[in-house]
Design a protein around this ligand. Structure first.
Ligand SMILES: Cc1cc2nc3c(=O)[nH]c(=O)nc-3n(C[C@H](O)[C@H](O)[C@H](O)COP(=O)(O)OP(=O)(O)OC[C@H]3O[C@@H](n4cnc5c(N)ncnc54)[C@H](O)[C@@H]3O)c2cc1C
Length: 385
């Protein structure tokens, strides 16, 4: 007989790992036997290990911003033993606009300030004082977020995995789920090393979420993986830029930020692709380098290293969290987009509440979002007459 679990989580990126950690350490402890299955030999190998590692409350739609704000307390003060050094370190972030883009930035900042009043509009001179690499006369306006932070993504992921394991979660790598069959009281999950059964299956498969849902005969929710490229280059010799903020174009056409003695740049590309082990395209790197050099006095003579990852989006760019409408016991935890690390603590708390059947307000009283905004049934509503 296959081993029986209460919950089997498919996917060992930040989504699956943070949920396993949260569920296993929940005070309700209504879920006892938890299994985490990761296809690769290493958790975090895909999107999670390839991020730009920025925590910003000014990014994404209102739902994303609510989840990001609600995640801050965990990152500022994780439980004892979670990590041996701070998970966040000061960075600051600045969204910049040329004269032609200024109206857009002003309107977006007004919206952002409803959840993040610390984000302030500043003029060209102040922007260049904060980010002296910006070319004279490029940015006419900027929205500055002084408390945007760099995240230690590896420490966050390892803290989740360690804490989950210590609380009894069975974590298996090299364990792709190849098939899902509905039983009377749960699911049978096939892997190359044998089958397991579980009352509930959680779909935390990132770019593969639609494929895993198809195995279960679940709702067809469009989760589109989109490639994003990043690269590292040296800053100008003799100039220490390490404490300068991240700079982001308001139309998200490029960004750059200091990163461990180098500068991380990106064309902020969003190329739809089937799920796969993404690698960077030379053209995207060239486009990114060109856009950055137009905005900033940062000559890019050589690319030191580059990578790409798949950011996965639902059609409304809000994650999907909750039980499937068609397949009983199949739980969605997908569509983390370009914000899956910074929203992970709040997302895991919401999913834990839904899986345990407890009110979200008990665990996240300050979350300015209801579970219905994340629910899978928003994608199955009948068309209006
Ligand atoms: C260039 C770039 C920059 C980014 N910058 C930021 C940032 O600054 N801040 C931020 O918060 N976010 C950022 N992100 C987004 C963030 O990385 C993602 O939102 C997040 O990592 C998604 O986590 P995940 O666990 O859903 O997906 P993943 O990390 O991809 O994990 C999904 C896992 O599921 C596994 N899997 C799939 N199918 C199966 C199966 N059948 N059986 C078993 N396992 C399976 C995969 O192997 C994979 O490991 C960035 C992403 C990229 C690419």
């Amino acid at each position: 007989m296959p081993v029986r679990f209460d919950i089997a989580i498919v996917g060992g990126g930040i989504a699956g790992a943070s949920l396993a950690y949260r569920l296993a350490n929940s005070s309700a402890r209504s879920v006892r036997r938890i299994l985490l299955l990761e296809r690769e030999s290493q958790p975090g190998y895909h999107a999670t290990g390839r991020s730009a590692a920025l925590y910003t409350q000014a990014y994404g739609n209102a739902a994303i911003r609510a989840l990001t704000v609600a995640s801050r307390a965990f990152y500022d003060a994780p439980p004892a033993g979670f990590a041996d050094h701070p998970l966040l370190t000061p960075r600051g972030a600045m969204v910049i606009a040329t004269r032609a883009q200024a109206d857009k930035l002003e309107a977006e900042t007004l919206d952002v300030q409803r959840q993040a009043p610390q984000v302030q509009l500043i003029g060209a001179a102040e922007a260049r004082a904060l980010a002296p690499m910006l070319r004279q006369d490029y940015a006419a306006l900027a929205a500055y977020e002084p408390d945007a932070m760099d995240m230690d993504v590896n420490a966050i992921l390892q803290g989740c995995l360690r804490g989950a394991k210590a609380a009894g979660v069975d974590i298996r790598t090299d364990a792709p789920v190849t098939d899902l069959a509905r039983l009377n009281d749960g699911w049978r999950l096939e892997t190359p090393t044998g089958a397991v059964t579980a009352g509930i299956v959680v779909n935390a498969a990132g770019a593969w979420a639609s494929e895993v849902a198809a195995l279960a005969g679940a709702q067809k929710i469009e989760i589109t993986p989109k490639r994003r490229t990043a690269f590292l280059f040296k800053g100008p010799a003799g100039l220490n830029l390490s404490d300068r903020p991240m700079v982001i174009d308001v139309d998200e056409q490029f960004y750059f930020k200091p990163d461990a003695g180098l500068i991380l740049g990106s064309p902020a590309d969003e190329t739809p692709m089937p799920p796969h082990d993404a690698s960077p395209d030379e053209l995207d790197i060239a486009v990114g380098a060109d856009r950055i050099q137009r905005a900033a006095d940062l000559p890019i003579r050589r690319i030191e290293s580059s990578w790409a990852g798949l950011r996965s989006f639902t059609s409304d760019k809000t994650p999907v969290v909750g039980f499937d409408c068609a397949a009983p016991g199949f739980f969605w935890f997908a569509g983390q987009g370009g914000y899956g690390i910074q929203t992970a603590p709040a997302m895991a708390a919401v999913a834990t509440a839904l899986l345990e059947g407890t009110p979200i307000a008990h665990t996240l009283p300050k979350l300015a979002l209801s579970a219905t905004a994340l629910a899978p049934d928003r994608f199955s509503a009948p068309p209006r007459q």
